[in-house]
Design a protein around this ligand. Structure first.
Ligand code: ATP
Length: 455
């Protein structure tokens, strides 16, 4: 009998309980016995047996088995996945069939034959294990859903080329990655790409957004819980780390983790083990960790609000995604990409953007990064009546007050011109044609102005 587990034996006869305890002890992890069916709920929540051996007739001389059926019903109400083996002194095939139909797993008659009893128990334990595994796999299937539609990572700027190169360089490693970048720069997308191009491509990709769940739920979400661990825990539930085992866990907004939770996460990463809330035994896990944040974790370490040892565990490789305003040449590429996407989605036929509209997009500083650009294009595609999208089709809620003030203070034309050219060169990453387009002048005029201003 290989699998060991926790057995609960319910029988009104103390001699039977004693004998079974003695017989089964060497073959099980733990045994609890009770003569009181009223205690079933208590044992199921505190002891959480893998298999329950249930006597069919509680009262002496009772032969109908009804009490046993009532208990079975109670057990299955508490845990529909419970593995229950019926025992009766009156071997009766009719009752055996009824028991199985009612949800029991197997049936043994008393007095038992030792080998037969052990074999039955062994199969019941295996069944219990596989039911738990099925539960875990079902969660993994849910986690895998939606993994297939991986969007393309658009961008030809040197910064994005570097990000793409790093993703491919990392494709045969299991290294923990920390993705840094402002909101909406594409951290989530990069995390999915890293998973897609990794040895764990076919395995689960489990995400947990630490910015959107309340602090008091972090622990149960990450590590899971056992039935009865807290008031609402009616059913055991694996945590995200357990579900991700064998695959990748993406911890978004890791900067939101409190110091006590950082300590628990660090232990789990170092020991490669987690313990569900309310459980005694730890569970072995094997996860690749990808974390992301818009916070400056290095600064947070010096301030004492982020553990340095945890940072070193999660940032084997650091991938920095620059804000969109620093990769100007990606703006139009992304705009075209989103135009195609939303044309298709809303059955529209916008052909492109006018030159002025392109300039408007290039001049804006995109505080909400790619996400804001995406929404801007979506809105424009929906609302525009034109074949080509025009400046008026684009509306920016965030125009930076700082820039307006600067514009008001600076009225010297030559200084303004110099500033505009410098900004255009920066936004276009030195691409002369694009800078000229941004400024609304020809390349030739731009060269002349550069010469005149000594730039
Ligand atoms: N380079 C890119 N190419 C195509 N789509 C992109 C790119 N970068 C971001 N996106 C899209 O922009 C949206 C926002 O990206 P994402 O959610 O990955 O950003 P994030 O940095 O994780 O944001 P947050 O910090 O708010 O979680 C998504 O719809 C994503 O698909």
């Amino acid at each position: 009998m290989e699998p060991k587990g926790k057995i609960l034996i319910i029988d009104d006869n103390e001699d039977v309980l004693f004998a079974l305890n003695l017989l089964l002890e060497p073959y099980t992890e733990k045994i609890k016995v009770t003569t009181q069916p009223a205690r079933i709920g208590h044992f199921m929540t505190t002891f959480q047996p893998d298999v329950i051996l249930l006597d069919m007739n509680f009262r002496r001389d009772a032969i109908s088995g009804q009490e046993g059926f009532d208990c079975l019903e109670q057990i299955l109400r508490i845990d529909p996945q419970a593995v229950v083996v019926f025992m009766t002194a009156y071997a009766d095939t009719d009752k055996a069939v009824r028991a199985i139909k009612a949800g029991a797993t197997d049936f043994i008659s008393k007095p038992w034959e030792k080998e037969k009893l052990l074999a039955t128990l062994s199969s019941a334990l295996k069944l219990s294990q596989s039911r738990k595994e099925v539960g875990r796999l079902q969660e993994q299937v849910l986690a895998l859903k939606g993994n297939d539609d991986l969007p393309e990572l658009i961008g030809n700027s040197p910064a994005m080329q570097k990000v793409k190169e790093t993703i491919f360089k990392l494709s045969d490693t299991d290294a923990n990655i920390l993705i840094l970048g402002e909101n909406g720069t594409g951290k989530d997308l990069v995390a999915r790409m890293l998973k897609h191009f990794s040895p764990r491509q076919e395995a689960a990709f489990v995400t947990i957004d630490l910015g959107s769940i309340p602090e008091q739920l972090f622990e149960s979400e990450l590590f899971g819980y056992e039935k009865g661990a807290f008031t609402d825990a009616r059913k055991s539930k694996p945590g995200r780390m357990e579900i991700a085992s064998g695959g990748t866990l993406f911890l978004d907004e890791i900067g939101n983790l409190s110091l006590p939770m950082q300590a628990r996460l660090l232990t789990a990463i170092e020991k490669k083990r987690i313990t569900r809330l309310g459980a005694i035994e730890p569970i072995q896990i094997d996860v690749r960790l990808i974390c992301a944040t818009n916070a400056d974790l290095h600064k947070r370490v010096t301030e004492g609000s982020f553990r340095q040892d945890l940072l070193y565990r999660i940032n084997t490789i650091e991938l920095r995604i620059p804000p969109l305003r620093e990769r100007g040449e990606d703006i139009l590429l992304l705009a075209e990409h989103f135009l195609t996407k939303y044309n298709r989605k809303y059955h529209k036929e916008a052909k492109g953007l006018t030159r002025e509209a392109k300039n408007k997009l290039l001049k804006y500083n995109w505080p909400g990064n790619v996400r804001e650009l995406q929404h801007t294009l979506e809105r424009a595609v929906i609302l525009s009546e034109n074949n080509l999208l025009r400046p008026n089709d684009f509306f920016f809620p965030h125009t930076t007050a700082g820039n307006d003030n600067e514009n008001i203070q600076e009225l010297n034309l030559e200084k303004l011109e110099r500033k505009a050219i410098e900004q255009a060169l920066k936004t276009s990453c030195g691409n002369m044609s694009r800078a000229a387009e941004l400024l609304g002048i020809t390349r030739f005029t731009l060269y002349r102005k550069l010469e005149k201003l000594g730039l």
